[in-house]
Design a protein around this ligand. Structure first.
Ligand code: GLA
Length: 366
């Protein structure tokens, strides 16, 4: 395994680069790291949004392709229409918090509302839109960010890091750690969009997905969980056995209509607290396989329903409807308002405690 290679993609050096949403003084600090392993896999990561910008892996014949949607340059990420969170770490709270409010110890907090009346993926300047400190480590890079008390409405100074490492078994290991000086909520995840045929290669509805979960948390029309936990048996949400995504993606079902398609939280059938296989994605044409292994209790499978062809990615191809999918390990959306009920484990982090969670994306081909 080699050390991370560093290449600068400072926006200040790029003609025509705009500065929307980013402090200009931060641009010099934007870097991209390239991780390579002995199997030939290459992963690129930038400290803008702690974003995975590229994942190049072999198919069953050894042909390499980049399976992560994204852009060539940081300005692509900064200027993207509707900000799809390609590859980024989202937080302080990944996914939605109803009406942007929650209480801890009787104190009510009001967050930025950036998705209708609701809070999504950390707000207007979530962790996907800030520049993280970067430090190369063995086989990877450690990215750190201090989210200030009151940022986007959240209480507490949160010191957060994510360490990305690449193993020779074609695993991207994502290790998140955080501490706070005031009780707060934390739920961070990676928001990579995958297409195992290669980014820009059309729909993901031909991929075969298995999710180790017997229940989902149904949502209302604003994609806020109702609080119910519902069995997947006999519904389009049953991925307990491998199933082609397209089979039920347009089924006549109210939850599917709300998506529209898949954009839901599956409560994982866990055996304990350690690392467990949550989902396996297989693409028959290339033979590429992605396994998602995690300590987290839930998984958001988002099928790219908001992609509409307006975003043009790094290969110059438009990212069309459902041309990428996310498998976001997490605590359930809106957990701060469901406080510790079954299926809704606590997301509160207190001073003296440590947030510490790991998720792995493991690639192979068959
Ligand atoms: C998540 C959400 C989706 C959507 C995408 C980003 O996965 O669940 O509803 O907001 O992020 O476009």
């Amino acid at each position: 395994m080699k050390q991370a290679l560093l290449s600068l993609v400072a926006c200040a050096a790029v003609a025509g680069c705009t500065t929307a949403g980013v402090d200009v003084s931060d641009f010099d600090a934007i870097k991209e790291y390239t991780l390579k392993n002995d199997s030939g896999m290459v992963v690129k990561i930038t400290n803008y949004g702690a974003t995975i910008t590229s994942i190049v892996v072999p198919d069953r014949d050894g042909n390499m392709a980049d399976v992560a949607l994204g852009y060539d340059n940081v300005e692509g990420y900064i200027n993207a229409i509707d900000r799809p969170y390609f590859g980024a770490v989202v937080g302080r709270y990944g996914n939605r918090i109803a009406k942007g409010t929650f209480s801890i110890d009787g104190i009510e907090y009001e967050l930025a509302t950036n998705n209708g009346d609701n809070h999504l993926h950390g707000g207007n300047m979530g962790f996907d839109k800030v520049v993280w400190d970067a430090e190369p480590v063995e086989d990877g890079v450690k990215l750190s960010y201090l989210a200030k008390d009151g940022e986007e409405g959240y209480p507490g100074n949160l010191m957060l890091s994510v360490t990305y490492t690449l193993t020779d078994d074609n695993e991207i290991v994502m290790h998140y750690e955080a501490t706070t000086d005031k009780a707060t909520v934390v739920n961070v995840t990676n928001h990579t969009y995958f297409n195992l045929k290669g980014e820009g290669s059309g729909t993901i509805n031909d991929h075969i997905l298995q999710i180790h979960a017997s229940k989902t948390t149904p949502v209302d029309e604003g994609l806020i969980p109702t609080g119910e936990m519902r069995d997947v048996a006999g519904t389009p949400f049953d991925f307990r056995e491998p199933k082609v995504i397209g089979e039920d993606v347009d089924a006549d079902n109210q939850q599917i209509e709300y998506g529209p398609g898949y954009d839901h939280n599956w409560v994982l059938d866990r055996e304990g607290e350690g690392m467990e296989l949550a989902a396996t994605l297989y693409e028959p044409q290339s033979g590429r396989v992605l396994e998602v292994i995690t300590e987290e209790p839930s998984l958001q499978f988002y099928g790219g329903n908001f992609l509409d062809g307006r975003l043009v990615g790094k290969s110059g191809k438009a990212y069309t409807y459902r041309s990428g999918l996310c498998l976001e390990t997490q605590h359930a959306p809106d957990s701060p308002n469901h406080g510790g009920a079954e299926g809704w484990p606590s997301v509160i982090l207190r001073p003296g405690e440590k947030y510490d969670t790991t998720t792995i994306y493991k690639f192979s081909a068959k």
